[in-house]
Design a protein around this ligand. Structure first.
Ligand SMILES: C[S@@+](CC[C@H](N)C(=O)[O-])C[C@H]1O[C@@H](n2cnc3c(N)ncnc32)[C@H](O)[C@@H]1O
Length: 240
């Protein structure tokens, strides 16, 4: 399915309270400075048009939400959807999720990571550009708190199955746990824009959830290395 054009948010709209560039994030990461609270933090990778982050932040006011979107136009659109809310529990960052995870997010920290319909990079030679590659899956594992969850949905069966395989082989996350499809009676019953689009076109959505175990350790132990990685010791995240 081809992408429709994205609505442009005018430059004179002040998004500064809900849209940050990576170098504006507090380092060391201090949720108080970003959200004004230390509530559990959920992170979305690739927020697209912002349907999930806006709805989730409204639905779970007791949590904070950080959306990461690499496309400037999309990040601005997501941020615009967050403007004017009474509660300041959702912020967008415009940047590469892999680098932001690696450089800003403390270990054992996140309540949940959400990845919905990541770009599939269809050609075999381009698959190393996928956001859910080994290094990033291991980073997600490292950044989740004990008991924290990874939510991954896609309409690309091959991406789904190969990611399940990587999670099994290269991380200690528990799963996959099944996520049943909800009947959609209105717009709000879809989690993201891509879920709505896929289902309205009769496509299949593959959904799973993984959890970090209490003594999860990391994939390094599984691969025969000892000890837990420290921040910054993950593989090279830069794409070829
Ligand atoms: C296919 S869209 C899905 C959008 C949304 N999650 C949905 O389900 O409607 C994938 C999104 O991920 C973003 N993206 C791709 N690579 C990214 C990265 N490394 N970091 C953050 N966002 C990324 C793209 O710009 C795009 O908006």
């Amino acid at each position: 399915m081809a992408r429709r054009s994205v609505k442009t948010i005018r430059n004179d709209v002040d998004l500064s309270s809900v849209l940050k560039m990576p170098d504006e994030l507090p380092k060391p990461f201090t949720p108080q400075l970003l959200f004004g609270s230390d509530a559990p933090l959920e992170l979305e990778i690739g927020s697209g048009k912002g349907m999930f982050i806006r709805k989730a932040a409204d639905q779970f006011p007791q949590h904070n939400f950080l959306g990461i979107e690499i496309g400037n136009k999309f990040a601005r659109l997501c941020a615009a959807r967050l403007l004017g809310r009474e509660q300041h529990n959702a912020v967008m960052v415009c940047g590469d999720a892999a680098l932001i995870l690696q450089e800003y997010v403390p270990d054992d920290f996140l309540e949940a990571v959400h990845v919905y319909f990541p770009d599939p990079w269809w050609k075999r030679a381009h698959r190393k550009r996928r956001i859910l590659r080994t290094e990033v899956l291991q980073l997600i594992e490292q950044k989740l708190r004990f008991g924290g969850a990874l939510h991954f949905w896609t309409d690309v069966e091959e991406y789904f199955l190969s990611t399940l395989e990587l999670l099994k082989e290269r991380t200690k996350l528990l799963g996959p746990f099944d996520v049943p499809e909800k009947t959609a009676e209105n717009e709000d019953d879809y989690r993201t824009h891509f879920e709505r689009r896929t289902r309205l076109h009769g496509g299949t959505v593959f959904r799973c959830e993984f959890k970090r175990n209490n003594d999860c350790g990391t994939a390094n132990e599984k691969n025969g290395e000892t000890g837990r990685r420290k921040s910054g010791q993950t593989g090279n995240l830069t794409q070829a």
